[in-house]
Unconditional design. Sequence first.
Length: 434
Amino acid sequence: MGLGYVGLTTAAAFAARGRTVVGYDSDPARRAVVRAGRAPVQEPGLSALLRRAVRAGRLAVADDPIDLARRSDLVFVCVPTPSRSDGSIDLSYVRAACRTVGGSLRKVRGWRAVVLKSTVVPGTTDGVAGPILARASRRTLGRTLGAASNPEFLAEGTAVRDALAPSRIVLGVSDARTEAALRAAYRGFRASTVVLSPTAAELVKYGSNAMLATRVSFANELAGLAERLRVDVYPVMRAIGLDPRIGPRFLDAGPGFGGSCFTKDLRALLAQASSLRVALPVSSGALSVNASQAIHVVDLAERAAGSLRGVKVALLGLSFKPGTGDVRESRAFPMLRELLRRGARVRLHDPEAGPSFVALLGPRPGGRVRLVPDLASAIRGADLALIQCDWDSYRRAPVSLWGRLARKLVVDARRTLDPAALARSGVRYVAVGR
Ligand code: UDX
């Protein structure tokens, strides 16, 4: 239920492992695209996997939710859970999907279980979805109806790999029949399976994202200290990560984390905790370090340039990480705002995300911002370059290109370029945590 990013990736992975999958989405255009074996969202490898699944007859699209309920034992709910303006989670799509699936289950016979894949705050399966499903289906939970949580841990760009070979399978279940059906669905996935209560499983999802976000913020915190101590935080973090209790990943200092999950999930977790009168100072610290990190990058640029008033800055890389055109929560937004506040003129460039970034900017901020189509024209006429996202095309650009910056200055928030090569071309290099 829900053929978006998560629904399609999950469907394609189950089909690839030999399950028969039926999908449904309330958008008829989307149903038609998927039925034709195409992916309506961009994700490496997803189209190929979907095409194969449809051709092999392992992935079909239902015409209506009753058809979906009739043809499946397990219904995975994969609908969006956006943020409300106070950061708390908006469960209206989850509620609506549960009402629809529940209503459809009235029309079909036999046991069924409904599984929440959407990211929902702990307690949603037991406190919200289960009761709605039971009421709408007129079934009894634990008898003819199961309700479960099965969070996903997909990262953009590697979602297909993450779905086919997950780091772990977390099943939040309340009854043996639902657990057995979920275990059968995941047969052949070769990942450790953890069986918990639905609420505990939901907490695993938020806890994972909070932990990863905290690691990034911790690296950024230490980066600020390293700058003052005049040491490079990168080899320091590498050495820290060699401790097997710590591990090497998610310790790269930079402009802070972006993307559709970390900020949204941290805010939802904090909002829930505060409604339960529980303080989460570490998670809340991870968010506030992240909010100041983008400003800190602009500070580095200002310090290196003397002042930013009237300075032409090429802001390079607008997506939240390389390999995607997704600009949600991209650190390029706060960086751009801060550059403009300090009087800079900004040329924006991104190999993919330019138009979607500009579309989200809203009313043009005073004509001091311009999107340019290629790296060379972003650099030509700029005083300095500020790299927000480490696209490979920036890394591969000839070193001489950076020498064309009027002030021969690069501020690299992501360790994209080789400082020694730049130095040989007479380009000054400033980086986060160095
Ligand atoms: C993340 C989680 O990884 C995934 O498990 C979850 O399901 C959804 O959220 P995603 O948002 O696609 O996935 O991006 P991810 O690769 O985790 O990066 C998030 C942000 O952190 C990016 O802006 C990235 O640049 C930044 N980051 C990551 C760092 O700044 N430093 C690091 O060391 C790692």
